[in-house]
Ligand binder design. Structure first.
Ligand code: ZN
Length: 608
């Protein structure tokens, strides 16, 4: 396979590294930094059940009078402020002779050291690591997970400095897995050309099982903590199908090796350019095969190597690690990645057409059937992710939507519209390829909102004003029927009454108390003034319980009221509430009869 630039350049750089390495111990000096400075990190974990990684950094060849070391406060892909410096303990700096140097904290994530006349500093600190998440480091005697942004500090102004990292695994750990390039001949030692790459490469130390396969001459590593009774050969075949289908969409592979880090007992996944860190619990199935739900998840994180890592909004890189990096386009970077999950599974033969339609129905109904869709556009949902990401409250569904769900639906709308307008000659795939070629490879930057729209409209050969001026920036009703009609599909958007009666309050039994956990906007409970955290003490004069709450709604006779006595922060209220039948829309997508040749062409070009 011919490797195109910049891939070739990277390869040449790596070769020269190998040569440099054989001549000089601290090989990265001579490559990128003419000043002969070097940054070498060593990470050890002697007492893992204390949950502290010990970090030591040797920074030599310093020329600055003052050195400010900064630790990121967030991790790309995980759009919330994490304040990693809160985990740092025992920060210490010495000069080459071991003499302590004074330092001062100037901001929550900055340590300033006077380095006038000093060429080398030894920095050491401990990082507490005991939160199970793809964006947090974790250490015990079963796992050492290094989430890099919360571990390494970089010298301000030198984010592009090369780094070597040496891992000293806990004595009972046998494996170290990462997307970083290994330094040849040095066990557990790795190289990053700059801090952006270092921060994009988590490391898993432990006793994970290692499976390897190759595709197109590129090596892939699956590093998994618990594959249970899964058939390993089938698993590799399934992963290979995902990899080959996903990479064929753009047609070029921007990495030389890829590592799947799969941990157990946790939630979520985080994408990186040549690795992913995911929690994959309960992978076992009776068939010995990984389920399609997990494969979708893997396809999502994998496709991010294109959508968000290389094909990216201009606001998402180079990153400012000190604060929020705002973008209105997470609906595209995340939601359209979710849309591609479905396409990849369909094209790889895991999903039927009907499976894709079901997935799309589920995404659409997830945001259309919550009140938040009246209040928050998908652009606003993207922009404000920093406040809402994984930060849900009793009011979240009333006021916000998920850019994953609506972005997934908008991806389908865009794709169908482009296919229709271009006579099934073009698709969203062409948009992805153009963005990759023009911005990632050509201009070596992300794209603006306008540039993105221009590429979509040029590909369609038509104005996409309805999507870009209405569906993305506003909460306007979406004409799903029109867009699905391009492929001869129908969608059920009629409001339907649910079977049972409903007041719009959700409750939880907490010991003796029946507590309201959320109240839906504009529901009977909302209008009556019931509130989250209220304790319902009596229902129709009887002691309240979860069973009674359920029973009175099941036995409700229309025309009556149900009386709720509540304790609201020691204020006793009694409300008579008239339950209603809730209206929801199914958004079921189905083939329709009497499909035209044009519609058939769109459908056949879209799904296998
Ligand atoms: Zn994602």
């Amino acid at each position: 396979m011919e490797m195109k630039s910049p891939f070739k350049k990277v390869k040449i750089l790596f070769l020269s590294l190998l040569i440099a390495f054989s001549l000089e111990p601290v090989f990265c000096n001579s490559i990128k930094d003419a000043s002969q400075s070097a940054i070498v990190y060593t990470i050890s974990m002697e007492n893992p059940n204390n949950h502290y990684f010990h970090i030591s950094m040797v920074y030599s060849g310093i020329k600055d009078e003052e050195t400010e070391l900064k630790m990121p406060v967030w991790t790309p892909g995980y759009y919330m402020i994490m304040d990693y410096p809160k985990n740092v303990l025992n920060f210490r700096v010495t000069d080459a002779s071991g003499k302590d140097l004074p330092w001062k904290k100037t901001e929550k994530n900055k340590w300033k050291i006077n380095t006038a006349g000093i060429r080398t500093i030894n920095v050491s600190y401990d990082v507490y690591a005991f939160r199970v998440s793809v964006a947090d480091s974790f250490l015990d005697d079963g796992r050492g997970f290094i989430s890099p942004t919360g571990i390494y500090m970089y010298p301000a102004g030198h984010k592009d400095h090369p780094v070597t990292v040496s891992i000293k695994p806990y004595e009972k750990f046998r494996e170290v897995s990462t997307g970083l390039d290994p330094v040849p001949g040095k066990e557990y030692t790795y190289y990053a050309p700059d801090f952006d790459v270092l921060y994009d490469c988590p490391i898993l130390a432990g006793n994970q099982e290692i499976l390897k396969f190759e595709s197109g001459g590129i090596p892939y590593t699956i590093a998994a903590e618990n594959l249970g009774s899964l058939d390993r050969t089938e698993l590799i075949n399934d992963f290979r199908r995902i990899v080959e289908t996903a990479t064929s969409i753009v047609g070029e592979i921007p990495y030389r090796h890829y590592t799947f880090i799969m941990m157990n007992n946790g939630m979520g996944g985080l994408e990186h350019t040549n690795s992913m860190a995911v929690f994959t619990n309960r992978l076992n199935s009776e068939s010995g095969r990984i389920g399609n739900g997990w494969l979708s998840f893997i396809a999502h994180e994998f496709f991010h190597l294109y959508n968000v890592k290389t094909i990216r909004p201009i606001d998402l890189g180079p990153f400012d690690y000190d604060k929020e990096n705002y973008t209105t386009m997470l609906w595209f970077s995340e939601g359209v990645t979710s849309y591609y999950e479905n396409l990849i599974l369909n094209r790889a033969g895991f999903f039927t057409r009907e499976d894709v339609m079901k997935e799309m129905t589920s995404s659409i109904s997830a945001y259309e059937n919550i009140p938040g869709h009246h209040f928050q556009s998908v652009a606003a949902s993207s922009f404000d992710s920093w406040m809402f990401f994984l930060n849900r409250s009793e009011n979240t569904a009333n006021t916000t939507i998920s850019y994953y769900d609506k972005g997934c639906a908008l991806g389908m709308l865009l794709d169908l519209r482009i296919r229709y307008e271009s006579g099934s000659k073009k698709s969203l795939d062409d948009v992805m390829r153009t963005l990759y070629t023009t911005y990632y490879k050509g201009k070596k930057r992300g794209f603006t909102d306008k540039e993105f729209r221009d590429v979509c409209e040029k590909t369609a050969g038509a104005s996409l004003s309805e999507i870009f001026d209405s569906y993305i920036p506003t909460t306007a009703e979406i004409d799903y029927k029109k867009y699905l009609g391009y492929a001869g599909l129908s969608i059920d958007t009629d409001p339907v009454e649910t079977d049972g009666y409903w007041i719009g309050a959700e409750v939880r039994q907490n010991g003796d108390d029946l507590v309201i956990t959320r109240v839906e906007w504009d529901s009977p409970a909302w209008k009556a003034g019931l509130s989250a955290q209220d304790i319902i003490t009596e229902i129709d004069g009887r002691k309240a319980s979860q069973n009674l709450f359920k029973e009175v709604l099941e036995k409700y006779i229309p025309g009556n009221k149900i009386f709720f006595k509540t304790n609201h922060r020691d204020i006793i209220n009694e409300n008579g509430i008239t339950p209603v039948k809730k209206l929801t829309r199914s958004f079921a997508i189905r083939p329709s009869s009497g499909i035209t040749p044009v519609q058939e062409a769109v459908l056949n070009s879209w799904l296998k």
